[in-house]
Design a protein around this ligand. Structure first.
Ligand code: HEC
Length: 224
């Protein structure tokens, strides 16, 4: 059925519509329609924001918890309490390492790095009964020094061994003396128990408190 345009116009005019008002109504209707487009539309800004925030949060979480990319991190048998850095920090330092350092810097100038001393001048520490047998004598002669004739491994020496203890010109603390003695008691084939810093302190501030003189062999053998 085809309508006569002139009749429609007449009816529209009868309803009080002008060309302009009809045009305005059509314009409005056209604007309300969603324009079809080809291809993709941009993601709504809101969704973009949510996704970016999620990716950001996940990255931060991952950086904090990646465990240095260490495969052990996710190994159920790995217990950080017993194997982690805390266990390493808790392990006591080996006194012989510090002992060796100070022996090499100071004692070795006379007794030599080999512990063999210099024949007729500086007695040996390797295999010396003064080093391995009696703790107290060894501590005493290093804290306050030694002079006069002394028999070491069947040979007589007569020189001056300096004092190293607190108050001497070397002024070594008890820890350092214990470390060096522990070192010389376990080096060059010597096998004697370590010396603890407390042992040095006990002798230095106990029976030997107030002493300033170097020892002699006879005095050492008579000391308690
Ligand atoms: C300046 C040289 C010199 C230095 C440094 C020196 N000593 Fe001695 N030491 C001697 C002499 C000399 C004797 C022997 C003393 C004597 O004849 O009465 C001796 C004796 C000893 C003895 C007893 C004898 C023996 O051979 O077992 C011990 C132990 C000893 N020294 C350990 C040490 C230690 C440990 C150090 C470092 C902390 C040290 N000495 C540093 C010169 C030195």
């Amino acid at each position: 059925m085809s309508a006569d345009p002139r009749k429609i116009n007449l009816r529209a005019e009868a309803a009080g519509a002008s060309d302009e008002s009809i045009q305005a109504v059509h314009d409005d209707l056209l604007h309300q329609q969603v324009e079809p487009k080809e291809g993709f539309t941009l993601m709504p800004l809101f969704l973009l924001g949510v996704l970016s925030t999620m990716i950001f949060i996940v990255s931060v979480y991952f950086i904090h918890n990646r465990g240095g990319f260490d495969p052990l991190t996710h190994d159920g048998r790995f217990d950080p309490k017993t194997m982690g850095a805390s266990a390493v920090a808790a392990a006591p330092a080996d006194p012989r390492i510090a002992g060796k350092r100070f022996y090499t810097q100071v004692c070795a100038t006379c007794h030599q790095a080999t512990g063999l001393g210099v024949p007729g001048v500086y007695p040996p520490l390797a295999g010396s009964e003064w080093v391995t047998s009696n703790d107290s004598r060894l501590i005493r002669l290093v804290v306050h020094g030694l002079q006069g004739p002394i028999t070491v491994e069947g040979k007589i020496y007569n020189g001056i061994m300096p004092a190293f203890g607190a108050g001497s010109s070397y002024n070594w603390n008890d820890q350092r003396i214990a470390d060096v003695l522990t070192y010389i008691r376990s080096e060059w084939g010597n096998e004697a128990a370590p010396i603890a810093p407390e042992q040095v302190t006990a002798i230095r501030t106990g029976t030997d408190a107030g002493r300033t003189k170097a020892w002699t062999e006879a005095e050492l053998l008579a000391a308690p």
